[in-house]
Write a protein that binds this ligand. Structure first.
Ligand code: FAD
Length: 367
């Protein structure tokens, strides 16, 4: 009987594992992928869409893609995993029926959700940046406000890579907006090399953006934001890029999670002998550092998980995961930073390099 592998989530990690497995193992396995969406979203391209540029390769239909990979799609939301019975419960999106599927090996790859940290007003008065509907809503709000007055105030909360790039994108989409950042941590781009952080901060300040660093948001209203240090920052639009939490899913017996609900995996990216997890949904520490949640990490983890499933099928010892950053590309609208092992430069060609790189990444995932 062929080995049943079920992948939960058709994002970066899920699709990469699917593609690698088919290449590594061929027909020895039966591959199923479960996702409520019927398309794959290349999320970094949302920044291009937000800038009003053509977001090439943002969305790809899953059914033909998975047919090419020899995998079966179940368009459903997974609600629970019974680890003792090796069974996954899911709810179909079309008729809401509840079903189960059994597995020999499964991969949990359901990504992360935006967290509002239960701060008053965040749910009601801020915009997320996780889907193209979110992008359309943000742009619509800016157009509305521009019709009312010439220079709407746009505030981005959270100065991680997504927040910083979103600010660059907005400066292109609506140069007449006044832009601000609020960052609770004492520096922007936490976890990035300090030389890069300083350069980006300089570019942002020179662009006229106001930076409120080390100020945590206390409350958001229809007209602005109150922080731990400033009583009122006026805002016509607040884009919330501040934090991530794990989507709801029930695992029985339960496994270790970090305070935001992310799953703590072992060195082989396992939760148990039949269940792997990777990408944004996991919390992974190496050399006392929590490794970043980004597409690059998902690429590396997918490679290890695919190889370890192959080892399981063949009864071989597993390989540990090793994280190594290949560098960073940060696009800030008119300019940007290319930060690699031997150089870190600011160049207006960043957008062009990033475009080529994303093209290559898309090809790696989608073929
Ligand atoms: C605007 C934006 C810009 C970004 N830019 C960059 C960048 O420039 N560089 C970079 O490295 N990273 C970037 N990232 C981060 C990157 O997108 C994520 O790190 C990456 O997508 C994580 O991959 P993943 O497979 O873990 O999760 P995802 O790609 O989010 O995929 C998760 C999948 O699981 C599915 N799912 C969720 N819940 C369930 C469920 N219960 N049952 C079944 N399926 C489920 C979802 O529908 C989704 O398809 C950006 C993110 C955003 C939002």
């Amino acid at each position: 009987m062929s080995h049943r592998v079920v992948i939960i989530g058709a994002g970066f990690l899920g699709l990469l594992v699917t593609r690698r497995l088919r290449k590594l193992i061929g027909k020895e396995i039966e591959l199923t992928i479960i996702d409520p969406k019927d398309y794959f979203l290349f999320t970094p391209r949302l920044i291009d869409a937000l800038a009003g540029s053509h977001a090439r390769g943002l969305k790809r239909e899953l059914a033909p893609l998975l047919k090419k990979f020899g995998a079966h799609l179940i368009q459903s939301k997974v609600t629970a995993i019974d680890r003792n019975r090796q069974s996954i419960s899911y709810t179909a999106v079309d008729d809401s029926s509840a079903k189960t599927i059994e597995y020999d090996q499964a991969v949990l790859a359901i990504g992360a959700e935006t967290s509002d940290y239960q701060i008053p007003g965040v749910k009601e008065h801020t915009f997320h940046l996780k889907s193209f509907q979110d992008v359309a809503r943000i742009q619509e709000r800016i157009r509305q406000r521009m019709a009312e007055h010439s220079s709407p105030a746009c505030v981005i909360v959270g100065a991680g890579a997504t927040g910083v790039e979103a600010l660059g994108a907005l400066s292109r989409f609506a140069p007449q907006c006044s832009l601000s950042f609020i960052q609770g941590a004492p520096q922007i781009l936490p976890g990035f090399p300090l030389s890069l952080v300083r350069r980006v901060e300089k570019i942002l300040r020179a662009s006229g953006a106001q930076l409120f660093i080390g100020e945590s948001v206390q409350r958001v209203s229809a007209t602005g934001i109150q922080t731990s240090k400033t009583s009122h920052i006026s805002a016509d639009l607040v884009v919330w890029c501040a934090g991530l939490q794990a989507p709801t899913i029930n695992l029985a017996p339960s496994v270790e999670r970090d305070p935001s609900g992310f799953f703590v995996v072992d060195a082989y990216l396992k939760l148990d002998n039949h269940l792997f997890a990777g990408g944004d949904i996991v919390s992974y520490r190496e050399d006392n550092l929590t490794i970043p949640k980004n597409a690059q990490t998902s690429f590396l983890m997918a490679e290890t998980i695919a190889k370890n499933i192959l080892h399981r099928v063949r009864g071989e010892p597993l390989e540990p995961f090793r994280y190594s950053s290949k560098g960073n590309i940060l696009w800030l609208g008119k300019t940007g930073i290319l930060d690699f092992k031997f150089f870190c430069i600011q160049t207006r060609w960043t957008g062009f390099v990033r475009d080529l790189f994303y093209h290559f990444r898309s090809w790696q995932i989608l073929g």
